[in-house]
Design a protein around this ligand. Sequence first.
Ligand SMILES: [Zn+2]
Length: 324
Amino acid sequence: MFKELTEVAKLIDSIELCSPEVKALIRPEVLTHIEYQNESLPIHAFVIGSTDKSAPTMGLFGGVHGLERVGTHVLLGFLKSFFIQLEWDKGLQESLKHYRIVAIPLINPVGMKYHKRSNGNGVDLMRNSPIEAGKGKFYQIYRGHRISNKLPWYRGSQTLEKEFQAVESFVKREMFPAKISMGLDFHSGFGLKDRLWFPYAKSSDPFLFKDVVERAVNLYETTHPHHIYKIEQQSDSYTTHGDMWDYMFEESRRLHPDNIFIPWTLEMGSWSWLKKNPIQLFSRQGFFNPVVEHRFQRTMRRHYILIEFITRLMQNTTTWTTKS
Ligand SMILES: [Zn+2]
């Protein structure tokens, strides 16, 4: 075990102490185990709220890249306080009869335990899908390659890794049947600003649900005018091969063409933590995660506002999914 996996186990234990009404609303499960060096590490998931899978659904994901621990910390922190609030907030209990939250806080336990971006096979799970991006101007290795698993951004062979398959079957089961669903996958490391990306990662073609995204963003920007995110299509920053969420999006179109599935990626800009505390450059932990305590607290707090906002979107879907 390691810190983050212990924290997930503690969170699951805490559900046992909840009242029967709350317990009935939270369903933890183990999706699979990843075998590595004589160990077997679980991937945990949570399904919270309505049992009606067509209800609006928010999906929270973290720890795809093992080095980016802060995303897992934000998710676990959110779930922990959400469970506590559920215990006394009857309005929140009532609202969860109409929407759902699903979560996988730690997708790549081997990577996180062994301080690697990739999984145990050296595969970058965010480059592992069969999606091919358009040709870039230059050969850029970070876009994903099949040269060697000794190099970062390795896509793997043509098969989907076990962690990827676990996320895929969970998302297909718990998100695709929803008429409206939004995913938020937490990453950290690129740039100075916190970027909120909608698809596509593969190309700059306009996203199919761009109008829906624009209306939701407009609600966010008018409700929280001083928000900190740079909101853009991912391809505005860079394009990549094998993106997990582009793949899930295509699958959702194929399997549930009448439903709206919008997977976001939050890329927390860790260079700002480096700028304020350059000594972090010398620590692998520090490059992708805020090290100073107050900066860590601030990181946690500001993203809770976003998660909370998405729960509100899920409770008020007609205002932004339909043209006025
Ligand atoms: Zn990442």
